[in-house]
Design a protein around this ligand. Structure first.
Ligand SMILES: [Zn+2]
Length: 158
């Protein structure tokens, strides 16, 4: 089971290939159920198209490692939150050029916390502004830096 978990945890996010599904917190559980390996995933948001790719990649990776009987279940409750993203995952996201979630979802205080304090992943300036609620994918919003003028994606807190 350790091996099955290790293999599943190494599957990467098709949208941000530096992040594994374990970094993202999408991988919730790997267990043995009467000879079947059952992997439980929670999509980053409901209707995220990447989740089908993640499921296929989990199945392919485990099959390639010799695990014959594998099933992937989805669970939507509790809903995924950016709080589940590991610190290592956030660091990798930033290296990749995407501003990581700025705060823990449980700590949101104002009505518009998303636009506060998003740091440019290139020059670290906080003088940034949201250009569009939707970046390259629906999981991210599009920002531009007012200091170095570079556009970048920000992983939305939710
Ligand atoms: Zn900048």
């Amino acid at each position: 089971m350790e091996e099955a978990r290790r293999v599943a945890a190494a599957v990467v996010d098709p949208e941000v290939p530096v992040l594994t599904i374990d970094d993202l917190g999408v991988l919730r559980d790997v267990r043995l159920e009467g000879g079947t390996i059952v992997v439980t995933l929670t999509p980053t948001y409901s209707g995220c198209p990447a989740i089908d790719q993640m499921r296929d990649d989990v199945l392919l990776s485990l099959t390639a490692e010799g695990f014959g009987d594998v099933r992937v279940d989805f669970t939507l409750s509790p809903a995924w939150t950016t709080d589940w993203m590991s610190e290592a995952g956030k660091a990798k996201l930033e290296e990749y050029g995407i501003a990581p979630p700025t705060h823990r979802a449980g700590e949101r205080s104002g009505p518009i916390p998303l636009s506060l304090g998003v740091q440019c992943p290139r020059c670290r300036s906080l003088r940034t502004r949201e250009v569009s609620r939707f970046g390259s994918t629906a999981c991210k919003s599009h920002f531009e830096c007012l200091a170095c003028l570079e556009p970048f994606d920000h992983f939305k807190v939710h």
